[in-house]
Design a protein around this ligand. Sequence first.
Ligand code: 6PG
Length: 487
Amino acid sequence: MTDASSTPALANIGVVGLAVMGSNLARNLASREGNTVAVYNRSRSKTDELVAEHPEAGFIPAFSYEEFAASLSKPRTAIIMVKAGRPTDAVIDSLVEVFEPGDIIVDGGNAYFPDTIRREKAVRETGINFVGAGISGGEEGALTGPSIMPGGSDESWVTLGPILKSIAAVAEGEPCVTHVGHDGAGHFVKMVHNGIEYADMQLIAEAYDLIRRGTGKTPAEIADVFAEWNKGELESYLIEITAEVLRQVDAETGKPLVDVILDQAGAKGTGAWTVQTALALGVPVSGIAEATFARSLSSHPEQRAVAASLPGPDEEFRVDDVDGFIEDVRQALFASKIIAYSQGFDEIRAGAAEYNWTIDLGAVSKIWRAGCIIRAQFLNRIADAYAEQPDLPVLATAPYFAEALTRGQAAWRRVVVAATQAGIPSPAFSSSLAYYDGIRAERLPAALVQGQRDFFGAHTYKRIDKEGTFHTQWSGDRTEIEAEDTH
Ligand code: 6PG
C-alpha cells in the first residue's frame, strides 16, 4: 500500500471476485509496498463492503468491467478469484472485451488444467496473456501469504512475478512462488498438490483410527501424540491442525467434536482429477487414489448401512505395548507419506513430459515449504534430493528417504498386519506399502499377466534373453513365433 500523498491514480493489479479467497488476496496485495489494487465483483454490495471495511487498503473500486479496465495501469493485470468452470469462463470473456494485447489475465482458482490449456490458447489469439495460477493456503494463506503456482507465458511472468513474490509466503528467505511452466503447468502442479494433500490427510486419519482403536486413547490424548509428532520429522501443517481438531470439544454435547462430525468426507474434485490424470499418464499414484476412494466409500451411507452386517474379526483389537505401537504407527505414517510425495512428483514429471513443460521439481518442492496446505519440514529434504539429482527417477530412492524407509519398513509392515488382522481399514497405509514392495521388486508377476494376455488375445510378449516380440501359438502346437507387435 502507498500513502495517500503518493497514491497513483491507477492500480497495478486488480482482483475480480470478492468472496473470501478473493477479498483476502486483494487485502494481501494491498498490504504490500508498491501495490495499488483495483477490485471488482459481479454484485456491487461485496465491493462496497470490502472497501468500507478496509479503508487502510486504499482499494480502487470498479463497478463495471470498463471501469475496472480503466483503473489499471498497463500492462493491465487482473487476478480472477471466482468458481472454477463456467463462472471463470464468463469473467475471462468479459475481461477479454475490455483488455488489450499485452495485458494479463490470471485465473487464481482451482481450475482443471486442460481447461487452463484451452483458455490460454484461446486468449493468446487476442494478444492478451492468460495465466493459470494455483494458489494454496486456504483463506488465511490468501491473506497472509499463500504458495503460488503460476503457469502461462514468459512475458506475463515479467510483470506478474514481482507482484506474486510480494504476496507469497516466505520459506527460508525465498518467496513461495515460481514460474512453474507454460500454459496449464501451474494448475497441473496445484492439482497434484491437492492429490498429495488428500493422501496426507487420509494417512493421518488412518493413524488416528489405529491408535484410537488399538489403545483406547481419547481424541484429546491422541491430540497430544500428534503435537509430539509435530516436533520431529513429521512436522507439518496438517499434523499441527490434526492435533487442534482432535482437541476440540463440541460445545453443545461436551463430546469430542470429531465424534459428532458426520463421517462422510467431501471432495471438490481435485483429488479425482489427480487420479484420472495419473491413470491417463500411466503413473501409479496408488496412495492418492486410495485416499480419494476412501472419501467416496465414506460418502455412501446407504451402502455402509447394508454392509454393516458383514463380519469382521472376532477378537477385539487392543495392543499390549501402547508406546511401541504408537511409534510403529508414526514410522508407518512417515514411510507412507514419503511414498505419497514420491508418487505425486512422479506424476508431475510424467505430466511435464506429456505436455512439453519444463518443470523444475526442486523449485516446486521449495515453493511448497510454506504457505500451502501440505507444507512440511521434509519438503526441504525433497528440495535437497532434486538439487543433488534433478532427474531422480523415484524420489523415494534419494538417500534421506531410502534411509527413512529402511529404518521404518519393519514398523510399517507390523502396522499393516495389525490393521488387517484387526479389520481396521488402512487403504493408504497398505497401498503405499504395496507400491514400495512393487517398485523395489526384482521380478514382478507382470510376466504372468503378459502370458495371459498373449493366451487370450495374442497380445504378444517380450523375452528377457533376446530382442524381439513373441507370440506362443496356444491353441496349436504351443510353439513360439516371432511376432509383429501390432496389439
Ligand atoms: C489449498 C486447498 C484448497 C481447498 C481444497 C479442498 O491448497 O489451499 O487444497 O485448494 O481447500 O481444494 O479440496 P476438497 O474440498 O476436495 O477437500
